[in-house]
Design a protein around this ligand. Structure first.
Ligand code: PLP
Length: 460
């Protein structure tokens, strides 16, 4: 194709894309983005797209926040790298740790830094194992997460993930990783079952699994407050309260994966606050730096920290950490991100505009392609269905969700399709009401066009 750009040719020739359909890329080529502007990104040809996913749920402050660029630049001139091994630390990393503890859910008082969500979750798995050994219960090592969870793709975090693409040919999950039910009321509740009754059934199922495995063998339970990449699944009322009762009973650590929910997505600083979760361990990443530089964290409370301190006294070291743990440039960007949150009262903004997204999504709940419209705060989805009443999905091979994404892209809107033909929305938190309306209008037009295509192709 003579019209193909240099960047596209390079990409197709040399780049191995993460998490992509490589065969489709070979024929269709990439969408090459060159610039950001507020909640928009701009491609090589100058087309503007409303970024309805904040990239990968992360660019909370949009794509052109100069203060973050300047904070990184200043830090690069001042101290571009330092580490936090043994007795060293960059001043800015310590300041960010204090700031994060200041906004964290009650009881979390120490911050361990890493670079990605996967690494933070990996660290939390290792921590659970380490603690079991430290307290003389070496058999207590199994980890439970949920089917459809997304916790990353490293060996441990990919094992936590409950989606087939992360397992199958990758020889995961590794031993000691177990999965329990997905808390999706619309899809899995019995006819007439209330959210509370369904939540109770899920908690009972979790308890059954713990008892079947033996409570003395189960160390931790991992959960996203709202499941993200598994389909934007908002837990049924009272779910976490009931689940936590079971975890407490069997001394199983509650690990909240706030990689998506953390830093305002649900309208509070953390999803744990929105859903009344009292995590023993919390992981976060993405919006912590608005995605501008990689950084993640694992938070723990005083009790766990004391155990780690005692062990390191015994062993001479706390043997876990990364070269870039608390990287000063990332820390400077993280600090500036949190300052902007506070100065602009971004959480109040999210709560103000969230109804535009949520009502807009639900306004199309009876669209012939939509099975369920759902979400909370500035995260939401349409789950497409062939037959809403029977909750019947389309044949995955038909690519109905991918068609919606393509039709939206044509109209200057970026949304994402998740496994199961679920169309996800997770825009930058700075998005204004009129921009949300525009995003929804373009997505609706994409749905309509896809509906025509579905009918023309005899898919219903
Ligand atoms: N946990 C959740 C909830 C996520 O959504 C993601 C990524 O999307 C991860 C963990 C993994 O993060 P990363 O891709 O930075 O390793």
């Amino acid at each position: 194709d003579p019209s193909e750009t240099l960047a596209s040719r390079r990409d197709r020739a040399f780049h191995l894309h993460p998490s992509s359909n490589l065969a489709a890329l070979r024929t269709e080529g990439p969408l090459v983005i060159v610039r950001g502007d507020g909640v928009h990104v701009i491609d090589e040809a100058g087309n503007r797209y409303l970024e309805g996913m904040a990239g990968l749920w992360c660019a909370g402050l949009g794509f052109s926040e100069r203060r973050l660029a300047e904070a990184a630049y200043r830090q690069m001139l001042e101290l571009p790298f330092y580490h936090a091994f043994s007795n060293k630390v960059a001043a800015v990393s310590a300041e960010l740790a204090e700031r994060i503890v200041g906004v964290a859910p009650a009881g979390l008082s120490r911050v361990f830094f890493a670079n990605s969500g996967s690494e933070a979750n990996d660290s939390a798995v290792k921590l659970a194992w380490y603690l079991s050994n430290a307290v003389g219960r070496p058999e207590k090592k199994k980890i439970i997460s949920r089917r459809r969870a997304y916790h990353g793709v490293t060996v441990a975090s990919g094992s936590l993930t409950g989606l087939p693409f992360a397992h199958g040919d990758w020889d995961l999950p590794a031993p000691r990783f177990l999965h329990t039910e997905t808390p999706h009321h619309w899809r899995y509740a019995k006819p007439g079952e209330s959210e509370e009754a369904y939540a109770e059934r899920l908690a009972a199922e979790l308890e059954r699994l713990i008892l079947a495995e033996g409570p003395d063998t189960v160390a931790a339970f991992f959960a996203e407050p709202v499941m993200g990449a598994g389909g934007v699944i908002v837990p049924p009322a009272t779910y976490f309260e009931r689940v936590q009762r079971v975890l407490t009973k069997y001394e199983v650590l509650m690990v909240a994966d706030e990689v998506i929910c953390g830093f305002g997505r649900t309208g509070q600083m953390f999803g744990s606050q929105t859903f009344g979760i009292r995590p023993d361990v919390l992981t976060c990443a993405k919006m912590m730096t608005s995605g501008y530089v990689p950084m993640s964290a694992m938070l723990v409370g005083d009790g766990i920290y004391r155990t780690l301190e005692q062990q390191s006294e015994k062993l001479g070291v706390f043997g876990h950490g990364f070269t870039y743990s608390g990287h000063p440039v990332a820390a400077a960007v993280g600090l500036e991100t949190l300052r902007i949150y506070e100065e602009r009262d971004l959480l109040a903004h999210v709560r103000r505009v969230a109804p535009v997204l949520q009502e807009g999504l639900r306004a199309l709940a009876d669209h012939p392609l939509v099975g369920e419209a759902r979400g909370i705060g500035l995260i939401g989805a349409w789950e497409l269905a062939k037959d809403r009443d029977r909750r019947e999905s389309f044949d995955p091979k038909a690519g109905v969700g991918a068609q919606v994404v393509k039709n939206a892209q044509k109209r200057g809107a970026i949304v994402r399709v998740l496994p199961g033909d679920i169309i996800a929305f997770s825009p930058p938190l700075i998005i204004e009401a009129h921009e949300l309306r525009e995003l929804l209008a373009r997505a609706e037009a994409a749905l309509d066009e896809t509906w025509e295509w579905v009918r023309a192709n005899g898919l219903v």
